[in-house]
Design a protein around this ligand. Structure first.
Ligand code: ADP
Ligand code: MG
Length: 620
């Protein structure tokens, strides 16, 4: 297994050491960092248009379909909430089902038709996937790095929360690819934070640490065991809706009460304005001075005592999470040697107090800038992967992604490239035809979204699946890659237990040059590939929607009025026309229209066919 280095400009193998950047793609803020060539220390890179190293993870869609990212976009939140996307990380790799409860919180529109497919965001007359929007943030960071380093940046390590699942990690990789970055590795945020403090760099070191990460909208506590330079996540806990934003909200509510302001009287932009003012007040009191300000002509104030009272319960909740994580990790609190403090909200004095009290026998690491730590650690990992640290040897990794073909000839990656071997991963699929008893499984290797552009490794048929309606069988496909690079693929229908396994040798017959060519192709074709994937996923969804709508009509013909049946027919026809035209925007709009129209009837009859929650991806 080889470690590949390609030069994007020339398309050739590169002997010269490329710069590899570390990126913290955060819910609230994002950063890029690099190892300084002179000092050999990691440092965060300033944005291209100002001195600030922090880029707010906010994306504003302009009328000409281009984007503004960062500080300037954050200011647009007050003026154009419907065109300004924040917290897109919450949506990454998620289906509408996953996020349904909190979509109303956003000022922008989230499309909700096919409940099991990945969410999309509607901005003006276009639809975007969270992958595309995250890519905009990454492009901005890439540009900042290129400007400051005065060289092309094409390689990165990107961090994700330890609890991110396979689909969220894949979405992060895809966003990187779309931004023109070869993602050498996805690293857990707590691992990166520990690396920033030098934990794990000494191979002989063996210890258990806790990483307490309180950001803008999320709280994560992770317990890690470090041994032989390997980070093992023993337990994670937290709350994906607890962070600095809640502190801001508590201040807003306090002000609305004390200044007797009616929340309902505020316009959408005033709501954003008071939120930003509360954040300013919070930072000021945490830095040691009381705050006096003005909102809609009324005086609003805040001091540290009041602030502590407002947030006390929230901080206690983080401590409860710590206690639960410890329980799950089966580690005694005295055995936690260090607690690494991460995230802007760990600047809050009450947070530091309570954490210090709880982990009373541990060393609290808070000397580094809590906003930057994750990016700094990512830069260290990037440096290791770039081969700049001879003392740290790299483990064997897979040179190309491995996956299977799904409906529409799409590549579904099961083991991403650069995964350490041995590696095991699996995912569930289903059938697309009623009564289907055989399922063909085609295994591919490569980075392209279209399987026809990748390399076919094997094909086999899972037979004797009991006849069930489409979407019912639960077929688990597991990829087990051993240390010698031999891949075992196992397909198992979980309801019946029918199972089949084959051995594949992914490496066979592929030279390093070929591997490099494939990597290069995947980067140069990233946008085209994504368009293809989005179009075909939309077509798959539409076909499923049409099928289930027809089924619904069939079952409820008597109770539906003639005019309703006619309208449904017209909407289906228009959806079919847009499918034929292969127009992604048109397909989305027609899907939306059909869904919006049928939803009330489906709900009325409590019919689950239209929004069948059980569906997984279908193979064919
Ligand atoms: P994320 O990891 O979610 O992207 P960050 O780690 O950047 O977020 O943390 C952002 C949060 O930190 C925001 O809620 C912000 O208000 C808060 N924050 C930043 N600086 C301070 C400060 N000096 N005092 C209190 N809170 C702060
Ligand atoms: Mg963070």
């Amino acid at each position: 297994m080889a470690k590949i280095s390609i030069n994007l400009n020339t398309g050739t193998v590169d002997d010269k050491k490329d710069v590899v950047v570390g990126i913290d793609l955060g819910t609230t803020n994002s950063l890029v960092a690099v190892i300084d060539p002179d000092s050999k220390e990691p440092r965060a890179i300033s944005q291209s248009d100002n001195k600030n190293v922090i880029t707010p993870s906010v994306i504003y869609a302009q009328a000409d379909h281009t984007f503004i990212v960062g500080e300037q976009a954050k200011r647009m939140l007050t003026k154009h909430p419907e065109k300004t996307v924040y917290s897109v990380k919450r949506l990454l790799g998620k289906s509408y089902n996953d996020v349904a409860e909190y979509t109303s919180e956003f000022g922008f529109k989230i499309i909700d038709e096919d409940t099991e497919s990945l969410v999309k965001i509607r901005l003006g007359d276009r639809f975007y996937s969270p992958i595309e929007l995250s890519a905009e943030i990454l492009k901005e960071l890439k540009a900042s790095a290129e400007k400051e380093l005065n060289q092309k940046v094409t390689k990165a390590v990107i961090t994700v929360p330890a609890y991110f699942n396979d689909s969220q990690r894949q979405a992060t990789r895809d966003a990187g690819k779309l931004a023109g970055l070869e993602v050498l590795r996805i690293v857990n945020e707590p691992t990166a934070a520990s690396l920033a403090y030098g934990i794990g760099l000494d191979k002989s070191q063996q210890k258990v640490v806790a990483v307490y990460d309180l950001g803008g909208g999320t709280f994560d506590i992770s317990i890690l065991r470090i041994e032989d330079g390997i980070f093992e996540v023993l337990a994670t806990n937290g709350n994906t809706f607890l962070g600095g934003d809640d502190f801001d909200r508590a201040i807003v509510n306090y002000w609305l009460n004390t200044a007797a302001i009616d929340a309902d009287s505020l316009s959408a932009s005033e709501v954003q304005e008071i939120r930003l003012l509360a954040e300013t007040a919070k930072k000021q009191v945490c830095n040691g001075s009381a705050f006096v300000g003005n909102f809609v002509g009324k005086e609003v104030t805040l001091d540290l005592d009041v602030f502590d009272t407002l947030i006390s319960d929230k901080v206690d909740e983080t401590i409860r999470c710590c206690s639960n994580a410890l329980k799950d990790s089966k580690v005694a609190i005295e055995d936690i040697e260090e607690v690494v403090m991460v995230g802007g909200s760990t600047r809050v004095p009450l947070v530091i107090d309570r954490v210090t009290k709880f982990f009373s026998s541990s060393n609290i690491d808070s000397s580094l800038n809590p906003d930057e730590i994750v990016a700094l650690g990512a830069a260290i990992e990037a440096d290791i992967l770039a081969g700049n640290r001879r003392d740290l040897l790299l483990l064997d990794v897979t040179p190309l992604s491995l996956g299977i073909e799904t409906l529409g000839g799409l590549m579904d990656v099961i083991i991403p490239r650069n995964s350490r071997v041995p590696f095991k991963a699996g995912r569930n699929y289903t059938t697309s035809i009623d009564g289907q008893v055989n399922l063909k499984i085609s295994v591919f290797q490569g980075e392209r979204d279209k399987v026809s552009e990748n390399r076919k490794l094997a094909e086999f048929v899972l037979t004797n699946i009991p006849a069930m309606p489409a979407g019912f069988p639960k077929i688990e496909i597991a990829f087990i890659l051993d240390a010698d690079g031999i891949l075992k693929v196992r397909a198992k229908e979980l309801r019946s237990g029918v199972e089949q396994t084959i051995d594949v040798k992914p490496q066979y017959g592929l030279t390093d040059d070929e591997v490099e060519k494939r990597l290069l192709d995947s980067l140069t074709n990233a946008q085209k590939d994504l368009d293809y994937r989005v179009l075909h996923e939309a077509i798959n969804e539409s076909e499923y929607l049409i099928k289930s709508t027809l089924k619904f009509v069939e079952n409820h013909k008597e109770s539906l009025e003639e005019s309703v049946l006619k309208e449904i027919d017209t909407l289906i026809k228009s959806l079919e026309t847009s499918i034929d035209a292969k127009n992604k925007e048109q397909i989305q709009l027609s899907q939306d229209a059909l869904n919006d129209f049928t939803k009330p009837y489906a709900e009325q009859m409590m019919d689950v066919t239209i929004s069948d929650a059980l569906r997984g991806k279908s193979i064919e």
